[in-house]
Write a protein that binds this ligand. Structure first.
Ligand SMILES: *Cc1c(COP(=O)(O)O)cnc(C)c1O
Length: 356
């Protein structure tokens, strides 16, 4: 039996998307592909609110997260860390042989503009990495305020992960001045995994020119040269690009604003339930994510049991990430999820946990 996914990625995929992936294959050096590529990158620019170049990489998000570090860190990088994915990005930066410092706050806390100011004001860094929405903890850091700080340090390249937030809310890449904005498509975008999208500013591409050891597969300059021909450096996951084309059509049919509103509504629905059941939030306002809610297990729910009971009823549920297992659980409300579907899921949790 297929379990309906309420985990924070991968998420449920619309049947039309799965069908789009079954289209007959084309060659990526055929004109048909260039047309598809152009359509998709044009749509992505509308969603990302950018005129920067937008590239498609056949990899999960971490492929490009590693690539960005290899392309853009010339001297020293600061990695802002407030959860599992941002901690890992610091480790990846070091493994690429780059000089980097981690600025860490406890899991559940946001990265604040003050922290970013403090780090950049040292003058030690030529780049930083930031995760907008830490999916491991349900924290959304204040991107607008952070980018306002970053704007005062034009020599520092900003690399921002929006894996679990892009398309769920407005993230105006150009207005905010994000040099490189990266996301994988299996979370907020609600596509099957295997494709990552990123935008790069001219400043970022200029920086890449002077950085050694960019490698090949994620060389930003290779992406730029191929983008001139509406193409990719190596064979892309064409079936996923079909899926992305279909998904962008669906986004525009729903309307971007409607998509943003729907996510606000979903988040409100879960938050009301958390309060009604006397549970605590793991994250303080105003840093609660709009795409997933991390709940503190203060009522001592047997999460292992709940996960297995939900599984038997056909739902996949997440009982906390890594070191937070048992202490917290996460309800994802991203992608194409509808309020009615979330309501059903919540009602089922109520049915299965009458006692607490
Ligand atoms: C899931 C996730 C990643 C990792 O993505 P992969 O596609 O598994 O490489 C990175 N950042 C965030 C915020 C995520 O939620």
């Amino acid at each position: 039996m297929h379990k309906k996914l309420f985990i924070p990625g991968p998420v449920e995929i619309a049947p039309e998307i799965l069908q789009a992936m079954a289209y007959p294959m084309i060659g990526h050096r055929m004109p048909e592909y260039a047309l598809l590529h152009k359509t998709v990158t044009t749509g992505l620019k509308q969603v990302m609110l950018t005129n920067n170049r937008v590239f498609l990489a056949t990899s999960s998000a971490f492929g490009v997260m590693e690539g960005a570090v290899r392309n853009l860190v010339k001297g020293r990088c600061v990695n802002f860390c407030n959860g599992a994915f941002s901690d890992k990005w610091h480790d990846v930066t070091l493994r690429c042989g780059k000089e980097a410092d981690a600025v860490k706050v406890p899991w559940g806390s946001p990265i604040t503009p003050e922290l970013v100011e403090q780090a950049l004001a040292t003058g030690r860094y030529d780049s930083f990495t930031l995760i907008h929405n830490e999916t491991s903890t349900g924290v959304m850091s204040p991107l607008t305020e952070i980018m306002a700080v970053a704007g005062r340090y034009p020599e520092v390249i900003s690399i921002v992960d929006t894996v679990s937030s892009m398309s769920a809310m407005p993230i105006p890449v150009d207005k905010l001045g994000i040099d490189v904005c990266i996301f994988g498509v299996q979370k907020a975008f609600a596509l099957p995994p295997g494709l990552a999208v990123f935008s790069a500013s001219e400043r970022a591409l200029e920086r890449a020119k002077s950085v050694e050891g960019r490698g090949y597969y994620f060389d930003f300059l290779e992406f730029a040269a191929n983008d001139d021909k509406d193409n990719t450096p190596s064979t892309p996951c064409i079936s996923l690009v079909y899926a992305l084309e279909k998904q962008l059509e669906r986004f525009f049919a729903e309307g971007l604003e409607q998509r943003w509103n729907r996510h606000r509504e979903l988040a409100a629905q879960v938050r009301q339930w958390v309060e009604r059941r006397g549970l605590n939030f793991f994250v303080e306002e105003p840093y609660r994510s709009v795409t997933l809610t991390c709940v503190a297990n203060n009522r001592g729910i047997d999460l292992k049991n709940l996960k297995s009971a939900l599984g038997q009823r056909g739902y996949a549920f997440d009982d906390g990430y890594g070191k937070l297992k048992g202490e917290t659980f996460r309800i994802a409300h991203m992608g194409d999820l509808l309020p009615g579907e979330l309501k059903e899921f919540i009602a089922l949790i109520d049915e299965l946990t009458p006692g607490f």
